[in-house]
Structure formats: structure tokens, C-alpha cells
Design a protein around this ligand. Structure first.
Ligand code: EPU
Length: 345
């Protein structure tokens, strides 16, 4: 490798502080980019140096490293929040993919722009949000995405995707499937509302709001209720390593769900698309006896069984071993195969 490229890429960089799981691993090469020009330059350099494996990292809140990465990790630091249009009902805001998600939510609430308040306190970056269509408390980010821009790694051109071209689904988009290796998300344009249209259909959110008993509902109040619930159930990744829900809630054909409901009448479930029902993976894992389980520093969180945690020194492989055991035991008990939501490297 030449002297110039060494100054572009850092070598043998530890990754423990780059992910919210905080598991030890290192990457052969590492660099950050804060513009499309810089990203293009880094990709060209990686081509010249024949570094084949590349990975884009945002906030590192949805990834588990189980081994060292023999390639180049590029961290997206593209910032900026810019109003790019408005009409009677909406504000269109273009946000750099490297912005922190929760800081963006706080910014919107300060401006009185509605639509993101239910998605408060989700760890990660703005650019990662569309990839897995983050969602919480009755809202998915696809409901407020207008469009996004992504760099095509094949020819380094910038492409705009309208929301309906992203093929959003439950914790899913084209950027999580076939196009995962192809595009780097550069910015996302959100359509936010001037007038709030509160979504408090999610029962625990309604209950928390009743407990708070505010004089009137506002974006701040809803965001605070969401923050209260998340803080009471989910571990703070700055204190206990984790990546939120480790598995997706499985979606079953309704006849399979109906059969399950006969033997397990309390199974929490939600309607999905026609002929399908989503069931709570946290409940399945708890019923299989894993809630609060700990071996060494790898564990299943005692307040939310869907969250696997690193209490300090766990390695990624130990977390993965635990996930594998959980999958096998839930399959044996319920005939359901859980799928990880987290990207396992
Ligand atoms: N449950 C249990 N035991 C547990 C955990 C949950 O019985 O240990 C039951 C609860 O009692 C409830 C049901 O399962 O009846 C659902 O639990 P919860 O409301 O906590 O939500 P979830 O389905 O486990 C999903 C998202 C979360 C999101 C919450 C709130 C997924 C994979 N996870 O969790 O998203 O915050 O709903 O909307 O869809 C994330 O993706 O990282 C994440 C945290």
C-alpha cells in the first residue's frame, strides 16, 4: 500500500466503540467520509488497492461483529439538516445520512414538525433508518420518508429513490436485500407535518400518557412518553452493549397462528398483511425460558427478552451462540424459526 493511501485509510482499527454492542473486533482498514466527493475518492482508492470487502457503517446500532473484518469500513459522517420545500401541510427536510437519528428527532420537535415523535430515542444514524425501516410505537419511518439519495457503488452516480421505490416492509427495504452491497445512502428527505396527527394507538404508549396526565397532548409530551417507555424496558447501549431487538417479530400464515393460539391463548399478536399475523418474538423467547439468562457477559435482557446484551466483555461469537440456541429452542417449542434483525458480520 502506498504512503498516500495509508494516510487515507487507518489500519487495524478496533471496532468496539464503533458499535452499540461494544464487542471486540477490528477492521483491516478504516476511513470516514463527510461528502460524496470524499466517499467517491475513498472507493476509487479501495479499487486501486484491490480491497474487495467494504462495509458502510453509520451509528453501528444494528450490527454484531463476530470476527475481525478483513476489508475496509467506511463510516458515514455526512451531516446537515435543510428545509428543501414546503406546502400548506408539510415541510420537506433533507438530512445527511451521518446525522444522529435522535438528535434529528429532537430538532424536529423543537421546530414543531410532527411525524417523528414516536421514533424518539432509537439509536443509530439517519442513513440507517430507511435500510431496515425502523419502527416503534405504531409508526414506521417509511410513513414520513419522501425520498432518498444514494450513491451507486458500481459507477459512482447519485440516484434518487422515491419512497415507493424503496420497497419498504416490516424492518425491510431494497437496501437490506439485493441492493445492500450496491448503494450508499447519502441523504434522506422527510415529509413532516405542520399539524400533529398523534398516533397513540399502541397500548403501552396510551397507558404511559395516562400516567403522565399532561394538560394537553403535544409533540414534546408524546416524545417524552416514548422516551420513558424505552428507558424503562430497553438497556441504554452506553451502559450495556446491545442492538435493540435482536430478532424480528415473526409473521405467520393466519392458520398457523390460529393453531398456536389454541394451545397458547395468551400469545401477543398483531394483524399483518392479508392472511398473515405477526407474533411477539419477545414472548416466545420468554416462554422458552431465556428471559434474564446469562452466561459470562452474554445474556438475554431481563426486562425485554427480544434484546440480547453484552454485559461487558462478551465476544460477538458468544452473542451469536446465544442467538443460535434461542432460535433452536423457540423452534423446538413453537415450530417457529426466528430471524435476526441485526446484521451479523
Ligand atoms: N413480551 C413478552 N416478554 C418479553 C418481551 C415482550 O411477553 O420479554 C410481550 C409484551 O408483553 C408485549 C409484546 O411481547 O405483549 C410486544 O412487546 P413490546 O411492546 O416490548 O414490543 P416488541 O414487539 O417486543 C417491537 C419492536 C421494537 C419497538 C417496540 C415498540 C421489533 C423487532 N421490535 O418490539 O423495536 O421498540 O415494538 O413498538 O419489531 C428494535 O427494532 O430494535 C426495537 C426495539
Amino acid at each position: 500500500m502506498s504512503a498516500t493511501s495509508i494516510s487515507y485509510f487507518q489500519a487495524d482499527v478496533p471496532l468496539a466503540d464503533c458499535t452499540t454492542f461494544h464487542v471486540p473486533a477490528q477492521t483491516r482498514f478504516f476511513a470516514e467520509f463527510d461528502s460524496i466527493e470524499r466517499l467517491t475518492e475513498l472507493l476509487q482508492l479501495a479499487d486501486q488497492q484491490k480491497i474487495v470487502r467494504r462495509m458502510i457503517l453509520g451509528g453501528g446500532s444494528n450490527v454484531l461483529f463476530t470476527r475481525n473484518f478483513d476489508g475496509l469500513i467506511l463510516r458515514n459522517r455526512i451531516g446537515g439538516i435543510e428545509v428543501v420545500g414546503q406546502d400548506q401541510d408539510s415541510i420537506f427536510v433533507k438530512v445527511g445520512a451521518g446525522e444522529n437519528w435522535h438528535s434529528f428527532v429532537e430538532y424536529c420537535i423543537k421546530q414543531n414538525w410532527a411525524g417523528v415523535e414516536n421514533l424518539s430515542l432509537i439509536p443509530g444514524s439517519v442513513g440507517a433508518a430507511p435500510i431496515q425501516n425502523i419502527g416503534a410505537y405504531g409508526v414506521e419511518v417509511c410513513q414520513i420518508i419522501h425520498s432518498l439519495q444514494a450513491l451507486d457503488r458500481r459507477d459512482h452516480t447519485l440516484r434518487t429513490f422515491a419512497a415507493d421505490e424503496c420497497e419498504f416492509g416490516y424492518r425491510d427495504s431494497i437496501f437490506k436485500r439485493g441492493s445492500r452491497e450496491r448503494y450508499v445512502i447519502i441523504n434522506v428527505t422527510f415529509r413532516l407535518h405542520r399539524q400533529p396527527c398523534f398516533n397513540i394507538s399502541y397500548a403501552p404508549l396510551r397507558q404511559e400518557l395516562e400516567r403522565m396526565n399532561p394538560d394537553k397532548l403535544s409533540l414534546q409530551v408524546v416524545a417524552q412518553a416514548v422516551i420513558n417507555i424505552r428507558s424503562s424496558k430497553l438497556p441504554d447501549p452506553r451502559q450495556i452493549g446491545n442492538a435493540g431487538s435482536f430478532f424480528k417479530n415473526p409473521i405467520l400464515p393466519t392458520n398457523q397462528w390460529a393453531e398456536l393460539k389454541l394451545s397458547h391463548p395468551n400469545i401477543p399478536s398483531y394483524p399483518a398483511s392479508a392472511g398473515q399475523t405477526k407474533v411477539a418474538a419477545g414472548w416466545l423467547i420468554e416462554q422458552a425460558g431465556w428471559k434474564g439468562w446469562r452466561h459470562g457477559d452474554a445474556g438475554c435482557y431481563p426486562k425485554q427478552a427480544l434484546v440480547l446484551v453484552n454485559y461487558g466483555q462478551a465476544r460477538g461469537q458468544e452473542i451469536l451462540d446465544l442467538a443460535t440456541q434461542i432460535i433452536a429452542s423457540v423452534r423446538a417449542k413453537f415450530g417457529i424459526t426466528l430471524e435476526p434483525e441485526v446484521n451479523i458480520i
